[in-house]
Design a binder for this molecule. Structure first.
Ligand code: NIG
Ligand code: FE
Length: 411
């Protein structure tokens, strides 16, 4: 199928020479083409440019006058496969309980694990597909999904099989991450090491033998898994070729960033507690610092020092962290707004962070994350808008009119 989109008011995030990620000062530069065309052929972007160079075509033509086209959002950190919901804890939070207090009372991740245990694989898939369809409508074209609400071999495999079904059946690009080390199950409360050994000796080999995961994650933070646990887990995972993406420094200066860098993590995520040492470690690495402003907003936590990180020359990716406990939303447009307001990032910086850099944090920035020839044709067309900054500015409005994934018009 071939589609020509013409009279595009502004084509956003074009790349003549594609790059895998954008760092520091360069993040405030966003290449666009005004009054542009975009040609899609065989699921790929085949050409783009100014309207004066637009080719003649008599097949499917879309007139995008007054509208803009963005590359689809890339969401490099989600827990979108889960059972039920946890608005009860939301009410507890409103009344003043902290995330850690809720977790200690058997709420939090363990609550989701109980719900998931009692949900069949088919039901879990059906519940998750509703959310997948929701994020597609909201402009997401690539997503990373974690396990981590199983916390035993059978249930972790159940989650990962659901993620595989999503990968097989849905039009977005999906990457799967094994997160057995998300929380310590109640029966291992005082036997954390035993649980870590089960992950190493049972879960990782089982996950690898069915090739169910692309990456491994550990919640390396105060009250969850230690740096030593993380070191052991990542060593074990590397034998199976599982590269890390780490939950780090959300609750404290946990050492999670440094241990992630030591293991050449693809990304370290959250990073509310990032100081000079952490920035220094990241500067000498290929690891993408990924900020999750939805979680910081929802939990009312301190904000990570995004400006300091950018000034030091680091890249930043942004992701939704869509999960039932700390960020029950996969709306990447709202994530852009939060990053502008709370992290003081500029619209150009957040657009780079939710596209190419978030793609890098999933290992797929060579195939998605920008408008470049040969990349997968995952884009969305906006409603009529005056400027691209209007997207993060209008934090509650859905301005996405049409969604194209793999060159097919879905919405
Ligand atoms: O990224 N920090 C750890 N895990 C999730 C929360 C998951 C949950 O509460 O269900 C997060 O915020
Ligand atoms: Fe998370």
């Amino acid at each position: 199928m071939k589609i020509l989109i013409k009279n595009i008011k502004e084509l956003i995030k074009v790349e003549q020479i594609p790059r895998l990620l954008i760092k520091g000062k360069e993040m405030s530069f966003l290449e666009t083409i005004e009054n542009a065309f975009l040609l899609i052929e065989n699921e790929k972007i085949s050409d783009f440019g100014e309207m004066k160079d637009c080719p003649e075509y008599s097949g499917k033509v879309i007139d995008a006058s007054g509208k803009m086209i963005f590359p689809s959002f890339c969401d490099s950190h989600t827990h979108i496969v889960y059972a039920g919901s946890r608005e009860i804890e939301y009410i507890d939070k409103i009344k003043g309980l902290s995330y850690e207090e809720i977790a200690r009372r058997g709420g939090g991740i363990l609550n989701s694990a109980k719900l998931l245990h009692n949900t069949s694989e088919d039901d879990l898939y059906a519940q998750s597909i509703v959310r997948i369809n929701e994020i597609i409508r909201l402009g997401t074209g690539a997503v990373e999904i974690k396990s981590g609400y199983g916390l035993n071999t059978t249930d972790e495999l159940k989650m990962l099989r659901v993620i595989r079904r999503i990968k097989e059946n849905c039009p977005l690009v999906v990457k799967a991450t094994f997160l057995g080390a998300h929380a310590i199950p109640a029966q291992y409360k005082d036997k954390r090491e035993e649980y870590v050994n089960i992950i190493i000796n049972e879960m990782i080999p089982a996950v690898a033998s069915e090739q169910l995961a692309d990456y491994i994650d550990v919640f390396c933070d105060r009250g969850f898994f230690t740096v030593q646990d993380t070191d052991k887990l990542l060593d074990a995972a590397s034998k199976y070729g599982l590269r890390p993406k780490i939950h780090a420094n959300e609750l404290d200066y946990s050492g999670g960033i440094q241990i992630g860098v030591k293991h050449n993590a693809l990304s370290v995520d959250h990073l509310e507690f990032t100081g000079i040492d952490e920035i220094e470690a990241l500067l000498n690495s290929n690891t993408m610092p990924t900020l999750l402003p939805g979680a910081a907003f929802f939990l009312g936590m301190k904000q990570p020092p995004a400006r300091k990180m950018l000034e030091a020359g680091l890249p930043i990716a942004l992701a939704s962290d869509y999960n039932p406990g700390s960020s029950p939303s996969g709306n990447m447009k709202f994530i852009m707004s939060l990053a502008c307001i709370n992290l003081k990032m500029l619209p150009e910086e957040v657009i780079n962070a939710v596209t190419i850099n978030s793609a890098y944090a999933m290992g797929i920035s060579h195939i998605v994350g920008s408008i470049a020839k040969g990349k997968i044709a995952n884009v969305f067309i906006t409603k009529q808008i005056p400027t691209y900054s209007f997207m993060p500015y209008t934090f509650g409005s859905n301005l996405i009119e049409s969604v194209i994934l793999n060159g097919k018009i879905l919405i």
